[in-house]
Every structure is written in C-alpha cells, then in structure tokens.
Design a protein around this ligand. Sequence first.
Ligand SMILES: [Zn+2]
Length: 264
Amino acid sequence: MFTWLKDKLFSTTPPEFNPAWESTLDQNLAVWHTLQERERSKLRQRIADFLDTKSFEGCNGLEVTQDMKLVIAAMACMLVVNSSAKAFPLCDTILVYPDKFTKTIKVPGPGGTIQEQQIIASGESWSALYGSASGGPVILSWRDVEAAAHGLTNGRNVVHHEFAHQLDALDGAMDGAPNLPDRTTAQEWRQVFTREYSHLRRDLAHRVPTFIHPYGATSPAEFFAVATEHYFANPAEFQARHPDLFTQLHAFYNPSETQSGSTS
Ligand SMILES: [Zn+2]
C-alpha cells in the first residue's frame, strides 16, 4: 500500500490513455469522430489525466462504469483541451445520478426573506472557495449526459454546462466572468456579456424567440454556462447569430491560438 502511494505521489510518468478507450468514445460520443486528429490527440492525454485525478461516485444505486467515466471525462476535457493549466482544480469528485435529481435552492421570499425551494435538476456544480483544501463536486444525471453524448438534446449539454461553472469559479466567484488573461480582455468580456445577457432578457420579456436557451437569462453565471453549451454544440450557427459573444468564447477556449495570432 505504502509503495503504491509513494509511486503515485512521486511518479513523473503521465497517466496513459488506454487504446481500448478509443472505440468506447467512438461508439458513445457522437462528436468524437468529427474532431480533428490533432484535437483528439490532445484530448486523449487530458482524459487520462482527468480519470487519474478525479473520483466518481454513483448515487441512488447507480454503478458508474468505465465507459460512463470516459464519456464524462471526454466532454469535460473539451473545455480545456487548448489550455495548459491544470484541469478543473476545484473539482475532485463527480457524483452521478441515474436520472434527474432534486436539489434545494434559495429564492427571494416576501418581505425580503429567503426561502428554500426544491427543484428537479440534471446537473449541479459546487464551488469551494479557491485555495480550499477540498474542491466542490460536480453532480450529473447520467440520463442527461448520455442524451447529450448522443447529440439528442438540441444543443444542451449538462457536462459542458457544469464544468463551465467550474471554470467560472476559478477566480473565487461564480459570476459569469472567468479568469481572463488581462484587463483589456476582461473589459471586452464584460461589455459583450452584459449587452448580450440584457438582450436575451429583453427578447424573452417580449416573447421573441431566442437562439440562446432561456435558462441563460437566469443569471450572468448561467448565461456563461449556457453560452458555452451553444459554443460547443453548434459553433457555426452560434457565430452567425452572436458573433461578438462567439469571439469572446472562442478566445477563451482557444488561448494558445489567440496568443499565437493564428486563426486556423
Ligand atoms: Zn448552471
């Protein structure tokens, strides 16, 4: 036991992507075969790291299989495939329910009170304060993960959504503004996101159909998470309909491309 722990703690060998995982992803993740080999290659290492450092727990009797872990890891890692930073350092555990689950949220009540309300959810992302010894878990409904993996959710993706919240929380606040490289970029981000968020809320108030899912109008944090889902699910249409928002997200999710000045 001690030898195993010592080996793990002091090992400099990166975890390896098992070649058998390739066919699992091919069969269970619709987007996998559409990715360029260059991107798949980077993802394989990210996936191996993710599986090596995060733990999975099944809830309500669910047994989380290796195939399930792989699909979740692959979709989560798509968000950080072009980043050199440690992936999702605030999250060390992924809880997986068989289906949607009940969670309690706090909502404003009469006379300035705060009331608790139970809602049905397909995912949840907890953020521990940055620097905390233990991170916050991500909670997922497997039924919703599986539907997203097979491209059956009309652009919604609970894994992308919840792990976008994890990226958002890295600066200590889950507020729709993640860590950005400099002040100018942060100012541009704030301008674009504030404008687009208010347009979404205005359109919904006037019952105008929107490309961005109405759940994004809940709060700036949900707007960033929902916009992330659209960015990965349907980038061409997203760019055509919301070019400024697309530009901000594209730079955020492709930092190396932006720094090198390449547009490929
Ligand atoms: Zn959310």
